[in-house]
Design a protein around this ligand. Structure first.
Ligand SMILES: [Zn+2]
Length: 488
């Protein structure tokens, strides 16, 4: 068998976070509401209804363009994409054709630069629901999703494997979440993928015949569909067959792609400028304002964590996976550093590593265990800083601290409160320890005699007895000191 190159380009649709729809004042929060309860003449495409662009969605689209390193078209425009489908009552979709909001960008996926061809704004369509009604198969239409703002990000065919396609899609998802322009919630179809894929014998210059796999709604299905499709294409070519330019759909239940339409039957959209909407003009002031609103993005934040805080690549990667975790980590670190006056670079690095260990270890473990996200908990970053300071002062042991942290996690209470209420503090009072030691010695005359005869192991035994009596809370160093003094 010959070796093949795989060539993939992705079109990613992202629903934008918005109170209202793209061109009308209907609520865009339609998920879970009763069918057709979020509609009006504009999004139903009734004659005479006029669209008005949603300013917030336009700003989100511009931010996306900037974050994807695109050049922004200072003059942009909406166009009509004409086609008929039952979920599109107007008979056209308002989209963008030759003047998209953003063009010619790129993002890094690992160390590889993947170019973005364009990012444009459009409106979502309604949704067909295929069901059975009175034992008859019916198709129902829900127009609640009609007109919800949608950003389409189109990559260049720079992606070379299904795994890379998945990583690219995840990176886009991460950026959207950092920008806070979309929930990109996969379960609610807030992010959907169309993939163009072709194969060619390794090293061949010309592209192979391109197949489009449409409407994939999870990262896992995206990878699976592309693995299947690449193998299918290679199998046909190896058998001496010819590929057809076509659109296919991923059928998860079968684990395969199936043909939906060929090039001959694909529609000509006859794009033309939307006559009901004026051109989009973005001033320098608007662009400057939006640039300021873009937060530090995952790549640069990760690099900063590595360079400034000397965190490992893996720690920095995990901490910056989502913005809220990274924010939480930085707040905890800031508090931890503020408490201690001594602030050399070494100490800062050491403290960053300690906080990173707690966030990646205990905090993530508890979040996973309780299926919670970091913004759903009452535990404050400052409380972790406080707890770590108590460990540093020797007021609580490392082991007990984990117990305290779990309690902080579930109640949101401060560590000092938990430690005093549950009596978890370390016993460091010399007199208390001395009294304990004296009574333990009285009860263990045999061990005392053995020790005096030279049996060193008896000392460990006696330390163990004191620790047991205090449920491990006595400071072992002070216990040993006191025992040695009393045994003289
Ligand atoms: Zn509407």
């Amino acid at each position: 068998m010959r070796e093949y190159d795989i060539v993939i380009g992705l079109e990613v649709h992202v629903q934008l976070k918005s109170v209202t729809k793209m061109f009308c004042t209907n609520s865009a929060s339609y998920f879970g509401t009763s069918p057709n309860s979020h509609t009006c003449p504009v999004c139903l495409g009734l004659p005479g209804a006029l669209p008005v662009p949603n300013k917030k969605a336009l700003e989100s689209a511009l931010k996306i363009g900037l974050a994807l390193n695109c050049s922004i078209n200072a003059r942009s425009r909406f166009d009509r994409k004409n086609y008929f489908y039952p979920d599109l009552p107007k008979g056209f979709q308002i989209s963008q054709y030759d003047l998209p909001i953003a063009q010619n960008g790129w993002i890094f996926v690992g160390n590889k630069k993947i170019r973005i061809n364009r990012a444009h704004l459009e409106e979502d369509t309604g949704k067909l629901i295929h069901a059975a009604l009175n034992k008859q198969k019916v198709s129902l239409i829900d127009f609640n999703r009609s007109g919800v703002p949608l950003m389409e990000v189109v990559s260049e065919p720079d992606i070379e494997s299904p795994a890379e396609a998945k990583a690219y899609a995840k990176k886009l998802h991460q950026i959207m979440r950092y920008l806070d322009v979309s929930d990109a919630d996969m379960e609610k179809a807030g992010m959907r993928f169309d993939a163009n894929i072709s194969v060619k014998p390794k090293g061949q210059k010309n592209y192979g015949v391109k197949v489009e796999v449409k409407n994939i709604n999870s990262f896992r299905f995206l990878e699976k569909a592309l693995v299947y499709e690449a193998a299918r294409q290679i199998r046909i070519l190896e058998a001496g067959g010819k590929l057809m330019q076509e659109t296919r759909g991923w059928v998860e239940t079968k684990g395969e792609t199936v043909s939906q339409r060929t090039k001959e039957t694909s529609p000509d959209y006859r794009y033309f400028p939307e006559p009901d909407l004026p051109p989009l003009v973005f001033s320098k002031e608007t662009m400057a304002k939006l640039k300021l609103e873009i937060p530090e993005l995952p790549d640069s934040r990760k690099n900063r964590f590595k360079e400034q805080l000397s965190l490992s690549d893996n720690d920095a990667e995990v901490l910056t996976e989502d913005k809220k975790t990274a924010d939480w980590f930085e707040l905890a670190l800031k508090d931890y550093l503020e408490i201690s006056k001594n602030q050399t670079k070494e100490i800062a690095t050491e403290k960053a590593k300690t906080i990173a260990n707690w966030v990646i270890g205990e905090l993530r473990r508890l979040l996973n265990e309780q299926l919670k996200s970091i913004d759903e908990i009452n535990l404050q970053p400052a409380s972790l800083a406080e707890l770590l300071t108590l460990i540093d002062k020797g007021e609580v042991s490392n082991q007990t601290a984990k117990e305290v942290f779990a309690e902080m996690f579930s109640t949101g209470n401060k560590p000092t409160k938990i430690i005093s209420e549950k009596n978890l503090g370390k016993i460091i009072d010399r007199e208390t320890i001395n009294n304990l030691v004296v009574s333990i010695l009285k009860e263990n005359q045999e061990a005392v005699d053995d020790y005096k005869k030279g049996k060193q192991a008896s000392l460990s035994y006696l330390i163990g007895q004191v620790m047991r009596r205090t449920a491990g809370k006595a400071d072992p160093f002070l216990v040993r000191q006191s025992l040695e003094k009393n045994l003289k």
